[in-house]
Structures are given as C-alpha cells and as structure tokens.
Ligand binder design. Structure first.
Ligand SMILES: Cc1cc2nc3c(=O)[nH]c(=O)nc-3n(C[C@H](O)[C@H](O)[C@H](O)COP(=O)(O)O)c2cc1C
Length: 206
C-alpha cells in the first residue's frame, strides 16, 4: 500500500498493457472490495460491476470500444453498468436501501419522500436518471483506479464505447445503461507525460 498521493502519481491512462501479465485474484479482490466502499447519493448504489477476464469477451469489448487495444491486452476489464429501473419511487429496492439504515418508521418514510421528490423530476426528463446513476458509477471508478494504483496495478478509464454493442455483449436490455469501462493490468510502456492546469487556474478559496 502506498500513500494516496503516491497512488495518484503512479496512475496514468495506460494505453499499452503487458498482455501476458494477469492480476492475481487476491489483488483484484482487494481492488473490488475497496470500490464497493464508495459513496453514492442517498446510498442507492445504482451501479453494478462485471469483470471481463476471458480473452474472447475482451476481444469483443475491444470491437465495441472503438477498437482500442487496451481492452484486449489488459488483464481485466471492469464494466460499470447501472440498474436504473431499481431506482423508481416505490420500488422494493429503494425501500430496502432506506430500511437498512435502521431508522424508525416515521423517519424512514420521511427519507423516502425526500428521495421521491428528488428522483421524480429526473425520471421525467429523458436520460436524466441514467446520468444520475452514471455519476455515482464514476465516483466508484475513480476509487477503483486509485486503489489499483496503490497496489501498483495500472488502469485506463474508457468512455469511448458503443453502448448498444457493450449491452449486447453483456446481454442487457433497455432497463440498464453502461456508465464506463476500466481496463486493468500492468503497463508495457513508459508513464506518459502529465498535462494539468496550474492549481491557481483550478482552485479558489472564498
Ligand atoms: C471518464 C473518462 C473516460 C476516458 N475515456 C478514455 C478512452 O476511451 N480511451 C482512452 O485511451 N483514454 C480515456 N480516458 C483517459 C484520458 O484521456 C486521460 O485520463 C487524460 O488524458 C489525462 O491523462 P492521465 O490519465 O494519463 O493523467 C478517459 C478518462 C476519463 C476520466
């Protein structure tokens, strides 16, 4: 384990993975466990993870991701999907998420009402609910990459994909959306040069 800053400095968007080096299962398990600790709005945990390890599936994913070589050369592809249908007001899933907090009935009902008022307008606009759950998935993906880096595992986040093609590979219907993919493995290239704005261009204190 390294410090958070060391992990952030180690991480870069790896384009060329060593295709002969596989992530040991205990290391992958640690990365996934840490990812599951990520926060989510209202604690709804709207995302799910599929880990693609078979070469056939990774080759198919490469085709669905603009033929980016990272997908077929890395050790594992993590696919963040969102189960948006679970989030509808009144669903058992929503009730369970609030009930597991162990609050009394009145407080639980109040919480559910706040959630319903928050989520209902998002359901009225096309794509808005999906965008909300995908935001949660991005937080988890960031944590996944930082945790991987702390264990000297390289990564590349992938937003360049054809959603319908990825859904076909995973056999998912319109109730689901694909947030993003993350290729994980070990680098077979020098770390690329970092381009970042200066702190004073990005951060302000008030
Ligand atoms: C949400 C997201 C999607 C990305 N999608 C891709 C992608 O499809 N292919 C790729 O090669 N890099 C992708 N990247 C990597 C960025 O290009 C990269 O993070 C950025 O240029 C900064 O470089 P660094 O990560 O090496 O510091 C993505 C990054 C993020 C955060």
């Amino acid at each position: 384990m390294s410090s958070c800053k060391e992990a952030m400095e180690f991480r870069f968007a790896c384009k060329k993975f060593n295709k002969y080096k596989t992530i040991p299962s205990e290391i992958l398990g640690e990365i996934l466990e840490a990812t599951l600790l990520s926060p989510s709005s209202f604690g709804m945990q709207p995302w799910r993870i599929t880990v693609a390890q078979s070469q056939n599936v990774k080759d198919d994913l490469r085709k669905a991701c603009w033929d980016q070589p990272q997908l077929s050369e890395c050790s594992d592809v993590i696919i963040f999907t969102c189960e948006n249908y679970l989030l509808k007001p009144g669903s058992d899933y929503v009730k369970e998420r609030f009930m597991e907090r162990g609050l009394d009935e009145e407080a639980t009902d109040r919480y559910i009402e706040v959630y319903n008022n928050f989520i209902t307008p998002k359901m009225a606009k096309e794509g808005c609910l999906e965008a909300w759950s995908e935001k949660q998935a991005y937080i988890a993906a960031a944590n996944l990459m930082t945790c991987a880096a702390s264990l000297k595992v390289d990564s590349c986040p992938i937003e360049g994909f054809e959603e319908d093609s990825v859904k076909k590979i995973l056999d998912l219907d319109e109730d689901y959306s694909i947030a993003l993919l993350v290729a994980l493995g070990y680098r077979d290239q020098e770390q690329s040069k970092r381009h970042r704005l200066e702190p004073f261009d990005v951060v302000s204190f008030i």
